[in-house]
Structures are given as structure tokens and as C-alpha cells.
Write a protein that binds this ligand. Structure first.
Ligand SMILES: C[S@@+](CC[C@H](N)C(=O)[O-])C[C@H]1O[C@@H](n2cnc3c(N)ncnc32)[C@H](O)[C@@H]1O
Length: 307
């Protein structure tokens, strides 16, 4: 697609006139998918950020890295890809053109938004690759199935609580920068001879899958399940009614709708499935074998009534 850095000359790296800073996306002739995506994502300005500003300079993700990001996230025609700080539009346009996805690019520099729309038209994907001039911190991400980012560590960390609160299963891919102690589910590094910055000419791509929020107390008849969760790791203790010590404590990985404790060290393996706000012990061995098939619901304000 576009040669890397091809828009650098059109992009002011310093300040912009106040009118441009305050301008907001104004729709022209809107196709159906354009309306569907933009209306779903646009929101009012983020609290505490009275005036939009650039938090990261414009540097392009080289095409080989763009492909690696979209492949790592397993992007396909069913996906809504949102690129936060979309630059010249390459990630969203590639997601639409090569992977058949719908995409939204959120970019604060008006010239880059205009250029991205032009590139999307030239690539024949303007219906599915939509660009808005907007502060990324003011973007409603709830419709996204994939979020892509090439930002900076501090910006990633600022975004982290919002990313973690997205629908479980949403994939997040970041070029180079991670999310602090929310460890990626997968990472890969690749040689990038045409990378515009850095002297080792390599890029790293990280993938996170938003885990289900399962922390807290869950109840079943005569049995309590207490889960401590830190990002995609969990520890769960199962305690029978009246008992003071748990029958079993297991730990493992939280996915979008499943918790897996392999139990290699303890001999007690557990797989819990999350469905319709209930956790079901779908597989259990060792100390939990007798409770296989049990379902748990979240405790009320007064804890577990009969456990
Ligand atoms: C490093 S570039 C990445 C561009 C593109 N995503 C890519 O990977 O090629 C970061 C982009 O974020 C934009 N940006 C910075 N702060 C922003 C903000 N608060 N809201 C929206 N876009 C922002 C910059 O203008 C720049 O184009």
C-alpha cells in the first residue's frame, strides 16, 4: 500500500491552529456501514481532557508489522477493528482490504484523517474503512472486536483500565509497547529493515485477549467458590458449607468465557465455563471430582446464603 512515511510532509508535528484542534468529525455523504460504525463509536469528549491534543507523534507502522499485527489478532470479515491514533490509515485499510474486516481509524490530526479517507477510497474500501477526527481517549470502544495501537508506554497504561473493561474476548494488539504488568498472551518480534525509528530495525507485536471479569465470591448449594483474579491469571478456592479450610485451591488462566486450572502440580484439575452469568465446573478431577457439573452464581450482598 502507501510507502511508509509518505504522509510525513503533510503532517504538522508541532502545534496546530486552534480551529483545527477543536474541529470535530462532520459527516458528508455517508454510506450505511460508515454510519453504522461512526455512530457506534463517536462519543462526547473525555472528562478531564477539555481540549484534544496529540499524545504521540505520527510514525507509521511498516507494512510487514501491520500484517503481523492483524494476523496475530486473527482478524477476519466478522471483525470491527479500531486503530487508536490511526495516522495515515494503513492498519484499518489493510484490515478491510486484506482481511475483509470493518474498521474505524481514530486520529486527531485532521490532515491525516483526510489523507486516510483518500487512501481508503483509492484502495476501494471506503465503505468498510472509516476515519474520524477524534481524541482516542474520547472514543467508545464497546463495539470493537479488535483494538490496534502504535502509541507510547504511558499512553498504553492510561488506556489500560478501559481496555480491560472491554467485552471479554476482545483482542488488543500493540506495536512495540506493552501494557505494563498485564502480560501479553502472545508476543512476536520481527526484522523490519525499513523501520523509521530505532537502530536495531526490529519490531515487537503483542496480543492480549480481554479476560472475563470473574473476581469475587460465587455460590452453589453447600459450596463456596472464591476467585482472586489479576488480569488473565486466577486462583480459586472451593470451600464446603460449614468448613473453615477450602477443599481445594486451584490456579490458572482466565479466557473470554472459560477458566482453566491444569493442576499439574496438585493433581486437581478444573475447567470452569462462564455462561449466562453462571460459572459451571465443566471438568474436575482430584479433590474437586465430586463437584463436577456444579454451577455457581455470584454472591449477593450478604454472601452465600446456604454455603
Ligand atoms: C505512532 S503513530 C501510529 C499511526 C498508525 N496507527 C500506524 O501504526 O501506522 C500515532 C498516531 O496517533 C495520533 N494521535 C496522537 N495522540 C492522539 C489522540 N489523543 N487522539 C487520537 N490520535 C492521536 C498521532 O497523530 C499519530 O498519527
Amino acid at each position: 500500500m502507501m510507502p511508509p512515511g509518505s504522509l510525513a510532509l503533510a503532517t504538522p508535528r508541532g502545534g496546530r491552529p486552534p480551529a483545527a484542534r477543536q474541529s470535530r468529525f462532520r459527516g458528508g455523504k455517508l454510506g450505511f456501514s460508515f454510519v453504522r460504525l461512526t455512530m457506534a463509536f463517536l462519543v462526547a469528549a473525555a472528562p478531564g481532557r477539555p481540549q484534544a491534543q496529540e499524545d504521540v507523534p505520527f510514525i507509521t507502522t511498516p507494512d510487514v508489522v501491520t500484517l503481523a499485527m492483524l494476523e496475530l489478532a486473527g482478524v477476519g470479515p466478522q471483525d470491527n477493528v479500531v486503530d487508536l491514533g490511526s495516522g495515515d490509515g494503513r492498519i484499518v485499510i489493510t484490515a478491510a482490504r486484506r482481511f475483509g474486516a470493518h474498521g474505524l481509524g481514530v486520529e486527531i490530526v485532521p490532515e491525516l484523517v483526510a489523507a486516510s479517507r483518500q487512501h481508503a477510497r483509492a484502495a476501494g474500501v471506503a465503505e468498510r474503512a472509516v476515519f474520524v477526527e477524534q481524541d482516542l481517549f474520547a472514543t467508545d470502544l464497546r463495539q470493537a472486536t479488535v483494538v490496534t495501537m502504535y502509541l507510547l508506554p504511558a499512553v498504553n497504561l492510561q488506556l489500560r483500565p478501559r481496555l480491560l473493561a472491554l467485552k471479554p474476548g476482545t483482542r488488543i494488539v500493540s506495536h512495540d509497547w506493552d501494557l505494563g504488568d498485564w502480560r501479553p498472551d502472545r508476543s512476536l518480534s520481527l526484522d523490519v529493515p525499513d523501520k523509521a525509528i530505532g537502530k536495531d530495525k526490529r519490531s515487537t507485536v503483542h496480543l492480549w485477549v480481554v479476560p472475563a471479569p470473574v473476581q469475587g465470591l460465587w455460590c452453589s448449594e453447600g459450596l463456596r467458590l472464591e476467585i482472586a483474579q489479576r488480569f488473565q491469571r486466577f486462583s480459586a478456592s472451593f470451600t464446603a458449607a460449614g468448613a473453615t479450610v477450602p477443599q481445594a485451591v486451584v490456579d490458572g488462566q482466565v479466557g473470554a468465557a472459560e477458566l482453566n486450572a491444569p493442576g499439574e502440580a496438585t493433581g486437581t484439575r478444573a475447567r470452569l465455563r462462564l455462561e449466562d452469568a453462571a460459572l459451571t465446573l465443566a471438568e474436575a478431577t482430584g479433590a474437586l471430582a465430586a463437584w463436577q457439573g456444579r454451577s455457581f452464581s455470584r454472591a449477593g450482598a450478604s454472601g452465600c446464603a446456604r454455603a
